[in-house]
Design a protein around this ligand. Structure first.
Ligand SMILES: [Zn+2]
Length: 102
């Protein structure tokens, strides 16, 4: 695996390619974006592209707040609550007012 840590500390938005700034620029190893959300995925069985057998492998992407808001307005984003028990997660559609409406 290549090490891109020096060149790509902050990934651009995967939807619109907007260049993103770090949320905490003073931290040496911070690649968390400002005005964006960082997502990670360990793949899934249904993917024909990313379903790693290696348990410690994951993908990471950033989505800027504008693109996330737009996707939420189109009901393209699920929000879920994950409990520490065996209870299944509960899902609904996410939008930027989700927490205020709970
Ligand atoms: Zn974007």
């Amino acid at each position: 695996m290549s090490d891109f840590s020096d060149q790509f500390d902050i990934l651009p938005c995967i939807v619109c390619s907007k260049v993103l700034e770090p949320a905490f620029p003073s931290e040496v190893d911070s690649h968390g974006p400002y005005a964006a959300t960082m997502f990670t995925s360990r793949g899934n069985y249904g993917s024909t592209l990313f379903d790693p057998v290696t348990i410690n492998l994951f993908l990471q992407i950033n989505v800027c707040d504008d693109c996330l808001r737009s996707a939420g307005e189109r009901n393209h984003v699920f929000v879920g609550t994950q409990h520490r028990t065996v209870t299944p997660s509960i899902f609904g559609f996410w939008d930027e007012n989700y927490e205020e409406n709970q």
